[in-house]
Write a protein that binds this ligand. Sequence first.
Ligand code: FMN
Length: 486
Amino acid sequence: MRLRSVCDRTKADQLRWNAHYGSIVGNPSVKGSKEGLPVIRFSEVRDPFLCPLRQGRQWQQQHREARVANTLDDGSYKVFYHCRKISALHGEPLQRRLFLKGTGAVTVLLVGGVAFRAYERGVFSVGKGPAFEPWKDWQQTKDSPLALVSAAILAASPHNTQPWLFKLADSSIDLYLDPKRYPGPLDPYLREEHIGMGCALENLMLAAPANGYAASATLLPGKLTLASAYSDPEVVARVVLVPGARQRSELYGAIPHRHTNRNPYALKSLPADFIDELQRAANDEADVKVFLFTADQERNAIVELIVKANDTVYADPQVDKGSEAWVRYDWKDVQRLRDGLIMDESGQPPLTIAMVKLATPSLRRFAFRHKLLRTTSYKEVLQATPLFGLIAVRDRYEREQSLLAGRIWQRIHLLTTARGLAGRPVNEAVEWIDHQRWLNQEPQAEAALSELIGNTTWQPTFMFRLGYPVRQVSPSPRRPVNDVLL
Ligand SMILES: Cc1cc2nc3c(=O)[nH]c(=O)nc-3n(C[C@H](O)[C@H](O)[C@H](O)COP(=O)(O)O)c2cc1C
């Protein structure tokens, strides 16, 4: 018996089938009959397409049976396949369709899964959710001390620790520092936390005239000590409120728009009148001075110093651990805790941010360790800075002066925001001073910064960079007002 043809599909199909898949080979034998036609069994079937997919066996099993349609003149048989059955199993278009169907289903599942995870992990919700509400409803309460606190909590704070608590009375607000909310040995004397308190105080004072108050602030003097010496919240400033002329300032209007921008900036000189204003920012304060650096040589020296300080300070595992405790990778934590540093504000490329938000902790660690994500290095970010600034005080470990330095930074950042520019603190060099003091080491960092400002009577306490933004940034989370009232 000779096998003549293998399919009763159209001629074109048949040719294609033969061309693509070769023919049935082997030893066909007639085994009984069905519906009046002999049934041919094949001992072997060869299919170059299916075999690599490891489906040859299944194909063979299924097609050992084919029915003879008729006997041709030369005595060979025309084999009658049930074409639907055959094509479902080895016809190329259907095979591909099946494959595509399979991969399509997997793709849909995968995309669906990734989309759901992306949704759950806040990839599409930048700046949205309860953690960001205080930026929107900060003016909901009006003409009351609570309205002033609503503005105060939008201030900057180290690692977004929001160390503030407020005790309200009809005509006064006391500001307390919560000593538990600090990033560990990175800020061993709570110096930066006090600066953050100063930032909050500045917002509060700007909100006073906007809500019909004349406000006067008393900063409580005192020496900063090791964080371990604090136990309970400590009052650091008192604001007394009396009715006053209603007035909204440019800086007050900038409060909800000010955000720390950690991206590179355009290397373009900043307007001369803006630089003049910055220079005068602390003119009313005898114990605070602002230094600005725009020359290439100065900026390069600052970049090198900050990078070195960053590498040195964060090499201390205690610093790293304390700092890491305030980094919120999980979107649920962002919405629940409403504080800390979040990926959306990291200044990394948007795709990298999305990937990090999506990843599990182990995958994230793996990706960072093996440099799988495109990141912008800190040095690259710092190099993209047309202006560095430094706020210095007479005594870095004096509470009142730390609060004042905070007020000045908040003012500078609000002014920067109002002029459409971007700003970011870059404090590692000063943190290095704290760190060396804490470890009783030689004060190299102190010497390097004194050399930079060319003066030993001023002590640097806060550093920052300003420039034209190349990317806008989203807000950072905030605890609600009710959570920060004593
Ligand atoms: C005293 C102090 C030190 C800070 N140091 C840094 C710093 O070194 N690097 C940085 O990227 N941000 C620094 N920040 C910015 C805070 O991380 C930021 O204010 C906080 O995350 C809240 O975000 P926001 O400013 O966008 O509201 C500092 C802020 C303060 C008040």
